[in-house]
Design a binder for this molecule. Structure first.
Ligand code: PEP
Ligand code: MG
Length: 574
């Protein structure tokens, strides 16, 4: 049994078989062969060994010739290993007796060798041989993720947000990545998929084989490989408890998110894909508070046409049946960059051509989306917001482009809602500093704490090595939130908070105490947040926020907020 600590990004527990995707994306899709196929599989192994040996032989010659014999000797050692009769016998036995596929046999055998060689610092040579053999075995047959036939837990070095968005939800029941941070969009998509996920564990893929049993504890950020019976039993029990709590919370579905003293909280869902609307409705969401439309661009290699945008928005608006839908114009760039959008590699992508900056740079791209949003506004209550606004000029430019698109539609007598509300996300400290001016020019605000934390504390939200700084409870972040809410209240501009912190019950009392009456959360978090709302009064929340705002560091604040939550909704404290 091996236990790893990573960063918990999507709650719940998953127990299952590992599917390993290493740096080169190899994975071992099947573990067993049927009896009749054994001979053919042994032949396939032999062919792969022969092809790999020939390749190594060639490498050996070239390297010896160009760099000297001492370097060529490295490959000679590889060749000896590849042709070692002991290894061959072991692999053949695994295929004939245990009915392993050659790929699975190669991985199992060579990873065992690698462990032995680790102390001699030769493990990398073994991995090299393993990869070479897998390349020959999987070759053209390297199966895509879409060929899965049974549930697995995906273990990968890294997953980009678009890879995560394209995971087969039917079979991928959880994932772990070696890198990645708490606020990255990979983490956010995991929540959307409603599968437990842990990121930033550090290197471990060499210690695990496809087919190993793995537990992902998405609450504590733990990954357990080849658990013992006692651990398995403990986690099965934990899984049961989670299901029981979910069933209890389901009874709140049709009750309003109202505090014990009768104050209504508008509790909305964050979505990335139209089909998540069902998850929101099932949990009784009051609307969509954030639709991350950039995922339309990440799902395919082609840029979405106006029709693709329009169809997606219509699906969401119709399903929400009169409840408001807040569409955010695309927030591409940084960790969400489809190939079709031509942005060069940047040294600091989170500080670069991202989001509204990209939209204002590529007006045809922006206008296509705005046309679709406006047309869709004829179908229900649509609100549009611009992401990552950092200066007044940017907001004004975005509004000008919108006005221009509006005029165009009006000229062609195309229907749209002329009173469609237009707002902005508050996620850059400069926007908070200028918030009194901003509230004069928007219909609503939505606080994006995922980025606000990143830009306030200068901490990359996707970097596991600085995770200690990435904390929603940081007093500097809380002050910026309070400044925003206060300024908006003065001008009676409605304010929502749609960063991930709004989906954590730990912060609900604080946010209500600061004056928020709208929260937009991942759909899976709606029941828990509703439970907190219904368990507290506004007076209690205000007392909590007053106290929290006197504290000087994130750790004390987070601990205090958890203690308070324990008093009112102890079942929600993990
Ligand atoms: C945020 O930054 O808090 C936010 C909601 O936007 P995103 O996570 O998509 O950057
Ligand atoms: Mg953001």
């Amino acid at each position: 049994m091996q236990q790893l600590q990573g960063i918990a990004v999507s709650p719940g527990v998953a127990i299952g078989e590992a599917m390993v995707m290493d740096n080169e994306g190899f994975r071992i899709p099947r573990r067993f062969v049927v009896r009749d196929a054994v001979e053919g599989e042994v032949e396939r192994l032999d062919r792969a060994i022969a092809a790999a040996s020939e390749e190594v032989h060639r490498n050996c010659d070239t390297v010896s010739r160009e760099l000297g014999e001492q370097y060529g000797a490295i490959f000679e050692a590889h060749l000896r290993m590849l042709q070692d009769s002991g290894l061959h016998g072991e692999l053949e036995e695994m295929i004939r007796q245990r009915k392993y596929t050659p790929e699975y046999a190669v991985t199992r055998a060579l990873r065992r060798y690698a462990k032995v060689f680790e102390t001699l610092e030769r493990a990398n040579d073994i991995f090299d041989i393993e990869k070479r053999l897998l390349r020959h075995l999987l070759g053209q047959r390297r199966e895509g993720m879409d060929h899965l036939t049974s549930p697995v837990l995906l273990l990968a070095h890294n997953l980009t947000p678009s890879e995560t968005a394209n995971l087969d939800r039917k079979y991928i029941r959880g994932f772990v990545t070696e890198i990645g941070g708490p606020g990255g969009h990979t983490a956010i998509v995991a929540e959307a998929l409603e599968i437990p996920a842990v990121v930033g564990t550090g290197a471990f893929l060499t210690d695990v084989s496809g087919g190993d049993t793995v537990i992902i504890d998405g609450d504590k950020g733990l990954v357990i490989i080849q658990p013992d019976e006692e651990t398995l039993a403990r986690y099965r029990h934990k899984g049961e408890k989670i299901r029981t709590l979910a069933a209890q919370l389901e009874t709140l579905r049709d009750l309003p998110a109202e505090t014990a003293d009768g104050v209504h909280v508008r509790l909305m869902g964050n979505i990335e894909f139209p089909d998540e609307v069902g998850h929101c409705i099932d949990r009784g969401a009051d609307g969509i508070g954030l639709y991350r439309t950039e995922f339309l661009y990440l799902k395919s290699n082609k840029l979405p046409t106006e029709a693709v945008h329009y169809d997606a928005y219509s699906e969401v608006i119709r399903a929400m049946d009169g409840r408001p839908v807040t569409i955010r114009s695309f927030d591409l760039g940084a960790d969400k960059l489809p190939q079709a959008v031509g942005v060069d590699n940047e040294r600091n992508p989170f500080l670069g051509l991202r989001s509204i900056r990209l939209a204002l740079r590529d007006l045809p791209l922006f206008r296509t989306q705005l046309r679709a949003v406006l047309r869709a506004s004829a179908l229900g209550e649509v609100r549009l917001m611009f992401p990552l606004i950092s200066t007044l000029l940017e907001l004004r430019q975005a509004k000008m482009v919108l006005a221009d698109v509006r005029e165009d539609l009006a000229e062609h007598e195309i229907e749209f809602d002329r009173r469609m509300q237009v707002g902005m996300m508050v996620e850059v400290p400069s926007a908070v500093m200028m918030i009194e001016q901003f509230v004069e020019e928007v219909d609503f605000l939505s606080i994006g704490t995922n980025d606000l934390i990143q830009y306030t504390l200068a901490v990359d939200r996707t970097n596991k090595d600085v995770v200690g700084l990435y904390n929603p409870a940081d007093p500097a972040v809380l002050k910026l939130i309070r400044m925003t809410i206060d300024a908006a209240q003065k001008r009676q501009v409605s304010t929502n908070l749609c960063g991930q912190m709004s989906g954590s019950p730990t912060y609900t009392m604080l946010l209500l105490g600061l004056g928020l009456r709208q929260l937009s959360v991942p759909p899976s978090a709606i029941p828990e947040i509703k439970k907190v709302c219904r368990s507290v009064t506004i007076d209690q929340c205000e007392a909590v926020s007053r106290r929290a705002m006197t504290m000087e560091n994130a750790r004390d604040i987070a601990r205090y907020l958890k203690e308070e939550l324990k008093k009112y909704a102890p079942e929600l404290v993990p």
